[in-house]
Write a protein that binds this ligand. Sequence first.
Ligand SMILES: *Cc1c(COP(=O)(O)O)cnc(C)c1O
Length: 366
Amino acid sequence: MRDPILLTPGPLTTSLATKTAMLHDWGSWDRTFNVLTAGIRQRLLAIIEDTGDYTCVPLQGSGTFAVEAAIGTLLPREGKLLCLVNGAYGKRIVQLTKIMGRQVSVLDFGETAPVDPQRVAQALAEDASITHVAVVYCETSTGILNPMPAISDVVAVAGKKLIIDAMSAFGALPLTVTGLRFEAVIASANKCLEGVPGMGFVLVETAALEQAAGRSHSLSLDLYEQWRYMEQTGQWRYTPPTHVMAAFDVALDQFDLEGGQTARLARYNGNCRQLIEGLQQLGLKIFLPEEIQAPIIVTVHAPVHPNWNFAQFYQLTKDRGVVLYPGKLTAAETFRVGCIGAIGQAEIATALDAIEYALHTMHISF
Ligand SMILES: *Cc1c(COP(=O)(O)O)cnc(C)c1O
């Protein structure tokens, strides 16, 4: 029986090659595994076209673990983080920074607008105590694309450090050391790089990390110690996600073979266009205007109809082999359909058929 197609922003549909890469066992002391880890670190740095200023620190856990580790290690105890928020993932950065007891200030743009770089410049001018700025590249809760080059410019001009949560963008949207100025970028294996879940990573300026000893509030989320240990021994500090790394390496082979970031973006753009056109033909309304829609995940207004029920809709589409995602908005009832993963035209067509079937079965017409 075929697995359902996951039209979700991670975990997502992975290729057969990626899945079968996990059919082995690796010892964490074994040289083969340490070579694999070192290779993946280099490959991730190559994606941002690093020329030697950055280092890659992989970390066990889901993406949020890596975000929490990066903030806790890079933001000095007496530092202050300005968080640019336009959705749930931006809010999560605020929450985890507060929990660790660091100073945080919030610039909130609501749920439907991208970050406005002018307002960021103004906030930085008004508060000299801000040391770092955090922003989400693609806010996965809606699919909003934030204007990264302009944000990176105003932060650099103000002399502050930028930390980018690029979880749902990395590998698909442009992100290089020449295109953007940043202290750190955070992502994970199981989004646009199409690996399996279980590890995140931080690409960080080595000079910044070198100054971060003893800053972390946490033992296991100390990015500095993770890095230092890995540099010294070639090993992970605690039990590594061996199978996840093996799958990730093979997923990166496929990323290279496809043609890297630009090719991946082209495929996701195709998926996104096909999806939006198909949904509109079914009479559904897309939440975001096209100009700010990233080709990662599409938020769709729930039909305004007495028969609408997301749980039933979810089950019916799942019966047809497609897994959708609930909405994550406070203001409007929505559901989400992902464009990312090892999927293309055929899978998007299957998804549109499943959605049509579900609406028909629920007697929802427009
Ligand atoms: C997926 C994601 C994360 C991490 O979420 P986890 O559930 O911890 O993997 C963080 N930020 C963004 C923007 C994401 O899309």
